[in-house]
Ligand binder design. Structure first.
Ligand code: SAM
Length: 312
């Protein structure tokens, strides 16, 4: 793909660069906020699975902006967590770690001891394998890990927003969420492609059951539930409202829009706001550039253990 072909194909990708967001996902959070007024009264927030950081950018700009308008009072605290390293952002504390690990959860909890968070967001997604069952399963694990962390740090009445894949086990996830939140809505922002099963659960009014002790156990890892239990039926089947949101008369993320140029003006390419700092594909690029990948015809050098070790 050429430097500008993605600009031409995906309007939110292009707009993100023009407006200085690190990723097009920023529009998803902005559009969810537009519908649910997520940031009102929020001073402390957690951004789970945050890299490259466009949701943290939105949180930082919105929460700090609100605080400035109010003349400064309560300190804004934003904690961002990801497996990947992330370039720094003003007012955002970063933790590099796996949200399914208790050690990462403990590190996040430490930041909020004494002063719980008002909002937890999670845009976590696995590296998609293309095997839908596997992808949905891993996505569900991320959501439940995020929910567990949320139960440790969120204040009563607080809000949790998370990416969800609307796969076959989705009602089981809704049921889990309804245990902790009185309002659960499945929302699809305009900038999330219709062709994707991605949506976002907006869980409002955190109210854990009486006597609930936060822990890091995960019901989807408990394989004692069987197919019948999984297909929740009758009163066990929770249906949550589904809402399309964002300005619905605005851009459609599945369409291609022509570049709107003033007469006689040349198209100007905008580079990404923040290129990845240590992307997982870096090693593959290095190997290809240096002709270190093995070739089936045996014409090129093969990738030896020494080559791999020397890269680490
Ligand atoms: N919201 C981000 C933004 O706006 O820039 C984009 C998030 S991206 C779609 C999904 C992120 O989930 C990736 O950066 C990935 O590293 C992270 N992730 C996946 N599994 C994770 C895990 N177990 N723990 C922490 N982060 C994880």
């Amino acid at each position: 793909m050429g430097r500008s072909s993605k600009d031409k194909r995906d309007i939110y990708y292009r707009l993100a660069k023009e407006e200085g967001w690190r990723a097009r996902s920023a529009f998803k959070l902005l559009q969810l906020d537009h519908e649910f007024n997520l940031f009102s009264g929020v001073h402390r927030a957690v951004d789970l699975c945050a890299a490259p950081g466009s949701w943290s950018q939105v949180l930082s700009r919105k929460l700090r902006g609100q605080e400035e308008k109010a003349g400064g009072g309560e300190e804004v605290k934003i904690v961002a967590v990801d497996l990947q390293a992330m370039a720094p952002l003003p007012g955002v504390t970063q933790i590099q770690g796996d949200i399914t690990k208790v050690s990462t959860a403990q590190e996040i909890i430490r930041h909020f001891e004494g002063q719980p968070a008002d909002l937890v967001v999670c845009d976590g997604a696995p590296d998609v394998t293309g095997l839908h069952d596997v992808d949905e399963y891993i996505q569900a694990q991320l959501l439940l890990a995020a929910l567990n962390i949320t139960t440790h740090v969120l204040k009563p009445g607080g809000t949790f927003v998370a990416k969800i894949f609307r796969g076959k086990d989705v009602t089981l996830l809704y049921s889990q969420l309804k245990i902790f939140f009185s309002g659960v809505t499945c929302a699809k922002p305009r900038s999330s492609r219709n062709s994707s099963i991605e949506a976002f659960v907006v869980c409002q009014h955190y109210c854990p059951p009486d006597g609930y002790v936060p822990n890091m156990s995960n019901p989807l890892l408990d394989h004692s539930y069987d197919v019948d239990f999984n297909q929740l039926e009758g009163p066990n089947r929770v249906i949550v409202p589904f809402l399309a949101c964002g300005d619905l008369s605005a851009f459609d993320s599945d369409r291609t829009y022509p570049l709107q140029l003033d007469a006689g003006k040349q198209y100007q390419y905008t580079p990404p706001t923040q290129p990845p700092i240590r992307p997982p594909y870096q090693q593959a690029c290095h190997l290809r550039k240096n002709n270190l990948l093995s070739r089936e015809d045996g014409a090129g050098p093969s990738l030896s253990c020494e080559n791999l070790v020397s890269l680490k």
